[in-house]
Design a protein around this ligand. Sequence first.
Ligand code: PLP
Length: 465
Amino acid sequence: MTNKPTPSRQPLTVELQALDSAHFLHPFTDHQGLAAKGARIITRADGVHVWDSEGHQILDAMSGLWCVNAGYGRRELAEAAYRQMLELPYYNSFFQTTTEPAVRLAARLSELAPPVGGRRFSHVFFSSSGSESNDTNVRLVRRYWDLMGQPRRKVIISRINAYHGSTMAGASLGGMSGMHAQGDLPLPDITHIQQPYWYGLSQPGESRDDFGLRAARWLEDKILEVGPERVGAFIAEPVQGAGGVIIPPDSYWPEVQRIVDQYGILLIADEVICGFGRLGHWFGYEKFGIRPDLVTFAKGVTSGYQPLGGTLINERIAQVMVEKGGEFTHGYTYSGHPVACAVALANLDILEREDLPGRVRNDTGPYLAQRFGELAEHPLVGIAESCGFVAGLALVQDKASRKPFAPELGVGMLCRNHCFNNGLVMRAVGDRMIVAPPLIMDREQIDQMIALIRLALDRTLADLR
Ligand code: PLP
C-alpha cells in the first residue's frame, strides 16, 4: 500500500513517507493506519523540542522514548562520540580484553549507585538496550541460584502491564497481554501479579496505604502458590512507566522488601526509565529505600544519544559469580561498546554538573507536581499525579464513581491525537495519558506543556459531547 501525497507536503516528506511505507516494518505500529496517514518524519531537535519535515515544532514531553534526560542538542555528547570513534571506534570485551571507556564507565556507575544494606554494586554487565539487559538478568538469576546449589529457583515473578523489553525474555517478563498474545508468551517459569494501581484497583474507601499493603501481598500469595523454593527473583520498576505511570502507595515497597527478604528472593529493580535522575534521584531504588540485587539500566545513561544498557550487580551476587562461577557464557558483540561508553561518561558529566537529579527533586519536579495536579479539576480527569519527572492522568467517564470509558471509544488515543496535532508529544496507555519530559524542562516550559495538555483535554471533551 502506498501513501498518497497531498499538495501541502514537502517533496522530502512525500519521498520518505513512500519509502517508509514500502520498506520499513516499524516497532509497535499498525501498518495499515501508517500507510493511510504517512509517518511523521522527525528531522531535528534542540532542548525539549523536535521538528518534523513539514517544519512543525513539537514539545517532546516523552523525551523520545523516556530517554533524552539531558535534552537534545548537546554538542559535548557528539564530540565525545567523535573523539572516541577516531581513537578506537570498536573493540570488544570478550576473552579477557577491555577498553578504557568501558572500564571507566563500569567504575563510575559502581561509584554512583548508592550501596544497599552496606553492600556496593561492585560490577556492571553491559549490553546495548534494556531488553538485552533483562535477558542478561534472567541468565544471571539462573546462574546465581545454580551456583548457590538451588537450581530449582528459576521462577521470576513480574507484574501485569509491566514493560521489560521486546526480546523473548523481555516480553515474557513484561506483563503486556497484547505482547503475550503474539508468539505464545510468556516463556515458562515467568509469572505475573497485579500492578499497585490504587486509582484503578482499590476497593471503595480503601486508603492508598491499605491498598499498597494488599498489592504487595499479592507477591507473597504468588510465592506461596509457586512454592518459595522455586522462586528466583521478583522484577519491577520502582514506578511502572509504560504500564501507565503507576506510582505505588508509600506502603508498597517496604512491604515488598519485607517479602523478598523473608523468602530469600532476589529483587531486580528495572530502572531503565526510573534511573539517571527521572525520579529526582540517580536511581529510583534510592527514592523508595529498596535494596535491589540487580538494577537494569539503559536509556538515560546516554540520554539516548547512543544505544547502551546494562545491569548493576550487587556485590553479594557478583562475588558468587566471580569467585565460584568460572566463565559466564553470556555476552553481546556490543557489550561495553567504547563509543557508547564514552558518550555515557560525557552524559553523566552533564547530569552531575547541572545536578539534574537534584533539580528535579527540589525544584522542577515539585512544580510539575503542582501544575500537573491542577489538571484533576478538568471534567475528564479522574486523577492526575506525578513522581519526579513522570506524570500520568486517568481519563474517566464519571469522576465520582471512577467509571472508565468503554475501551472501544479509544478516548486516550483521541486525546493523544489532539496533543500531537497541537505540537505536543504525550502518550496514551489505554485511557491514561502520560508524560516524561527531558530533565532540563524549566518552569516556563512546564507551563506551556500544561496549557497544551489542557487544550487537548478540552478538544477531547468536545469530541465526546
Ligand atoms: N525496561 C523498561 C522499564 C523499559 O521502559 C524499557 C523500554 O521502554 C525496556 C526495559 C526495554 O528497553 P529497550 O527498548 O532499550 O530494549
